[in-house]
Design a protein around this ligand. Structure first.
Ligand SMILES: [Zn+2]
Length: 300
């Protein structure tokens, strides 16, 4: 029996080819990087990213510098191809971009090449962090971006603030040859996915999955196995993928959390992924839930 779960690599939003370049990020160094002949700027607008087919639409830094930009202006993402600087900017005026260039990463991210999707996800997450952290959590005074957007520094107490990543467990509940999936009330009709929840302070990943399984569907879970994880930039989660064993198929759905949850057989899930069955609408390609289900199916 092949008991390994393998993702359908690469994991969406991961596998960036950009070296994050934790290097000298002084203003002088960043100015030099901006004048590099191969420097490029990924263009965004209100969380969307500009694309040209599978590639990100980029501009030269000097073409962006004079434009109205959302805070904090140009951010430095890192170096690609062993030294080409990559920046990102969030434009205030989307009319400067070709029509149809802006895409929604959550709904249309699969149109991008995998390494471009990873770059766009990182940029989106960092811009969102800047947007939501204009003030110091220590003293309440204004913070300013520093080191090309890698951190924010309080102008009053000088506390440094760094982007945070929030862990979320997302778990396929398995019993015998079936898997339990649920759906939220606002989801498209027929759309089912793996259950998920934020990890609370003081919890392990396994304890979080056990708690969420009991809260959401009344399932008694054990034998959690880590499979793989995924950065999820909406805004800054790390989705940690598990497969968890249910003691039996008894469930009691918490209707405050989920509209429905039900068991699907391997044959039903297989047919959905092969396009020959319609037991449910599968999670989008860019989600770890999609990858978890494919990995679950691939186990013989
Ligand atoms: Zn402060």
């Amino acid at each position: 029996m092949n008991d390994t779960f393998m993702p359908d690599c690469p994991i969406p939003f991961a596998g960036s080819r950009v070296d994050f370049a934790e290097m000298d990020r002084s203003e002088g160094s960043l100015a030099l990087l901006q004048s590099h002949p191969k420097a490029s700027v990924v263009l965004m607008h209100k969380g969307q990213v500009a694309s040209d087919g599978p590639q990100l639409l980029r501009a030269a830094p000097n073409a962006v510098g004079g434009l109205p930009l959302y805070d904090p202006g140009l951010i430095f993402l890192g170096l690609e191809n062993d030294g080409d600087p990559v920046f990102a900017a969030s434009l205030k005026d989307d009319s400067l971009l070709p029509p149809e260039a802006l895409i929604d990463l959550r709904m249309q991210g699969h149109q991008l090449a995998p390494d471009e999707l990873a770059v766009a996800g990182r940029a989106r997450s960092i811009f969102d962090w800047h947007r939501t952290h204009p003030f110091c959590a220590q003293c309440g005074q204004a913070t300013q971006s520093s080191d090309g957007g890698a951190k924010r520094v309080c102008g009053a107490c000088e506390t440094e603030h760094f982007p945070r990543v929030n862990p979320v467990v997302i778990f396929l509940i398995e019993h015998e040859d079936s898997v339990l999936l649920g759906r939220g009330p606002s989801w498209p009709p027929g759309y089912y996915s793996a259950l998920a929840g934020f990890v609370s302070p003081g919890e392990t990943l396994e304890e979080a999955a056990t708690r969420e399984g009991m809260e959401e569907v009344g399932a008694t879970l054990s034998q959690h196995r880590y499979l793989f994880c995924q950065p999820w930039p909406f805004p800054s989660q790390l989705m940690v993928g598990l497969v968890s064993q249910a003691a039996d198929k008894t469930i009691n759905v918490d209707k405050n959390e989920l509209e429905d949850a039900r068991w699907f057989t391997r044959a039903e899930v297989e047919a959905v992924f092969e396009g020959t069955g319609q037991a449910f609408m599968r999670p989008m390609q860019t989600t770890i839930a999609h990858q978890l289900l494919k990995a679950w199916l691939s186990r013989q």
